[in-house]
Design a protein around this ligand. Structure first.
Ligand code: FAD
Length: 423
């Protein structure tokens, strides 16, 4: 008796938007897939700021990876961290010393925070990328109000009640708007000594406008909307220092106990693992079929790569782009196994969306631009649509209904750490 021919082994590193979509796209192909991620969950990062601001619970925006692939018997999920690649021997190296052999490798390891050469700022100005980041920020924000409540000297309340967000892209704008609403609408009845309306939310941006990726009129609308709910917007003011007690920007000093970094990202180490060409943000420069130059059996997708869109601009680092790339790579792998070929990857931009406050959002579909309440409804429906599964959709919709109707943010939980609020 002869053994059946071994199946083609596909290893996918990263079960974010790109990696998961590649695994979904390979359904039915004659392959054995190993999906490796250092987290046991797939995370819907676009709504992370809602966990950080106590609107949603962690389990509403994340799914166990094993559960998502439970019906796919050819997929093995590994909870492990990749630390390198031996391309010559076609092996992925794991942190615990193990190695995983592949015939085709898909790298979908995303991006991380970048502090523009000032990594020492990270402890004072944490960023938002993981569920742990979100619950840490939530703790910092809620503890700041607790600190202010315990402070008897009104002058000393100013620093705990000052929230600084650095970077006015979609995440910075969404955080600033939601923290302002938390202070203005949700928290006031819960506190006795402190008037949470007095909280300052300061959004600092080095560039000339908020939401730089959107059309000018939408950025201007976003700025006006933020200011109407009390956010102080500082433009053209690069931050030059972050400490435990505040920030320095544009030569000015601002005392603040909560500083949040939403200013920059850097690709994962995928390019370093392969010694492959990368841009200044560390993104792998891939070929039009999303393979790594010199490695036809290694694909890379999502935030860890750079490639030009049909308009000549780089494909943006957003979830739909990562998903399109993951889907495309699955097509190429299937075609190759059938001895066929597929044309080059071509990105299709569906639009950009950002929420500003409870009833305000901006949407840039190119020729169609929307703002205000209608945009907010479309933003909400689109995000609910992109969540996986009915339970998550219903749960998020219900949480948002409560915020919309009653200004209640149910996830106001201080976890991780003691009740020490002074210092
Ligand atoms: C706060 C925030 C808000 C955002 N808002 C939006 C938005 O509103 N709309 C939008 O379209 N996009 C948004 N994005 C961007 C979007 O989330 C990314 O573009 C998208 O997640 C990229 O997908 P990816 O598959 O490349 O990476 P990711 O989704 O980040 O997935 C990478 C995966 O790789 C795993 N991994 C990394 N390194 C290793 C390793 N060494 N070993 C094993 N596993 C590893 C990670 O654990 C992760 O699961 C936002 C991002 C953030 C951080």
């Amino acid at each position: 008796m002869t053994n059946p021919p071994a199946k083609h082994r596909v290893v996918i590193v990263g079960a974010g938007f790109g990696g998961l979509e590649a695994a979904f796209g390979l359904a039915g192909a004659p392959v054995e897939i190993t999906l490796i991620d250092r987290r046991n969950h797939h995370l819907f990062q676009p709504l992370l700021y809602q966990v950080a601001t106590a609107s949603l619970a962690t389990s509403e925006i994340a799914w166990p990876i094993r559960y998502l692939l439970r019906d796919r018997k050819e997929v093995t999920t590994l909870f492990a961290t990749v630390t390198g690649i031996e391309a010559k021997d076609k092996r992925v190296l794991l942190e615990d010393g193990d190695a995983m052999a592949y015939d085709t490798l898909v790298l979908a390891t995303g991006a991380r925070h970048a502090y523009f050469g000032h990594d020492e700022w990270e402890p004072f100005a944490p960023g938002l990328k993981t569920l742990e980041d979100a619950t840490t920020l939530r703790r910092r924000i809620l503890v700041a109000f607790e600190r202010a409540e315990r402070e008897s000297d009104p002058e000393k309340r100013a620093a705990p009640l000052t929230f600084v967000i650095i970077g006015a892209g979609p995440t910075g704008v969404e955080l600033a708007g939601t923290i302002a609403e938390l202070a203005q609408d949700t928290l006031p009845p819960d506190f006795r000594n402190v008037d949470t309306h007095k909280a300052r939310v300061v959004l600092i941006e080095a560039g000339p406008r908020v939401l730089a990726g959107f059309a000018d009129d939408l950025s201007a609308y976003a700025q006006r909307s933020l200011e109407s709910i009390g956010v102080e917007v500082m433009l053209g003011e690069p931050v030059t220092e972050c400490t435990a007690d505040g920030v320095t920007y544009g030569g000015k000093r601002l005392d603040a106990k909560t500083i949040i970094w939403a200013a920059g990202v850097r690709a994962s180490r995928a390019a370093e693992w392969l010694g492959a060409p990368a841009d200044r943000a560390g993104r792998l420069e891939v070929l039009p079929d999303l393979t790594v130059p010199g490695h036809p059996d290694i694909f890379a997708v999502g935030d860890t790569v750079t490639i030009a869109a049909p308009d000549g601009n780089p494909v943006p680092g957003i979830a739909p782009a990562a998903k399109q790339e993951g889907r495309y790579v699955a097509q190429v792998i299937k075609a190759r196994l059938n001895g066929a070929t597929v044309g080059p990857f071509s990105y299709k931009h569906a639009g950009s969306l950002a929420q500003i406050g409870k009833r305000k959002a901006v949407i840039d579909f190119g020729r169609i631009k929307l703002r205000g309440t209608l945009a907010w409804w479309i933003w909400g429906i689109a995000h609910i649509y992109f969540l996986i599964g009915l339970r998550h959709r219903l749960s998020v919709a219900l949480s948002w209904l409560w915020v919309y109707v009653r200004d209640q943010r149910a996830a106001r939980l201080i976890t991780q750490g003691s009740s020490k609020v002074t210092g």
